[in-house]
Design a protein around this ligand. Structure first.
Ligand code: ATP
Ligand code: MG
Length: 243
């Protein structure tokens, strides 16, 4: 009999709480993301999806609970309770981000934007840009390296943002509605690019989406409701719906 060992957890959140004044944006969230897994987070507007993503990605400090990042290359770290400067170092080197508004710098070219995280870690420019150009090519953007962001379509710009999230080799990539502003055909292409860049390389993806087609292509879908992950089914594990 062939028994495959379950993939190791790379990100484990327990009892995450985040309040904004009187608003409890996260009311105690437990979540485990395994190596090579794509997890979709869905839920109504205001249910806490972005807040959860930001706490998992060390962008925002939670008020309570823990987030443990364990990657094979480095010793595990606890993100909750870290100082802003330590969180920022973890973000730069071990995590990747793709946001809906893609936060690309319009005055820079596609390859300069994609190379940015490497330049921030001190990599030489030529090396950083060569690596970024390789990712752009992988994502179908060969020949567009020198275009400025405003000279690209929405889907192309979003693929630049995906390339940028991959260049450091981050083991976990977060995406907040990466296809939200795109038509359905472009959205499918961008999702292909995102899955190819992450899960297909044995990395993990946590994606917030309103798009059922995006969620359907992930390994698991979590539904948020009022700052908590809704229990999907009495027989399933409390945090998850297994596809
Ligand atoms: N910086 C902030 N200051 C105050 N309240 C906030 C802040 N960020 C989020 N909130 C509140 O926390 C709750 C959760 O917000 P969040 O952005 O996580 O929702 P969301 O599920 O991502 O919604 P959407 O689908 O609209 O993006 C909301 O009630 C929101 O108003
Ligand atoms: Mg949001």
């Amino acid at each position: 009999m062939n028994v495959t060992a379950p993939a190791l957890p790379v990100l484990v959140a327990r009892g995450l709480v985040k309040r904004y004044g009187p608003v409890t944006a996260l009311g105690g969230v437990d979540l485990t993301v395994r190596t090579g897994e794509a997890v979709a987070i869905m839920g109504a507007s205001g249910s806490g999806k972005t807040t959860l993503l930001h706490c998992l990605a060390a962008i925002v400090a939670p008020d309570g609970g823990s987030v443990r990042l364990s990657t094979s290359a480095e010793s595990p770290v606890e993100l909750a309770g870290m100082s802003e400067s330590d969180r920022s170092a973890v973000r730069r080197t071990r995590l990747g981000f793709v946001f809906q508004e893609h936060l690309l710098l319009p005055e820079l070219t596609a390859v300069e934007n994609a190379a940015l995280p490497l330049l921030l870690t001190g990599a030489p420019r030529s090396q950083a840009e060569a690596h970024a150009a390789a990712w752009l090519a992988t994502l179908g953007l060969a020949g567009l390296e020198q275009r400025r962001i405003g000279e690209l379509s929405g889907g192309q710009a979003q693929r630049v943002a995906i390339a940028r999230a991959q260049v450091t080799g981050a083991p976990v990539v977060f995406a907040d509605e990466p296809t939200g502003a795109l038509d359905s055909a472009t959205s499918a292409e961008v999702l292909d690019a995102l899955l190819h860049a992450t899960v297909a390389q044995g990395r993990s993806l946590v994606v917030v989406t309103h798009d059922a087609d995006v969620a359907a292509r992930c390994h698991r879908v979590l539904h948020m409701h009022d700052g908590r992950i809704a229990a999907p089914h009495p027989a399933a594990a409390p945090e998850e719906t297994t596809r």
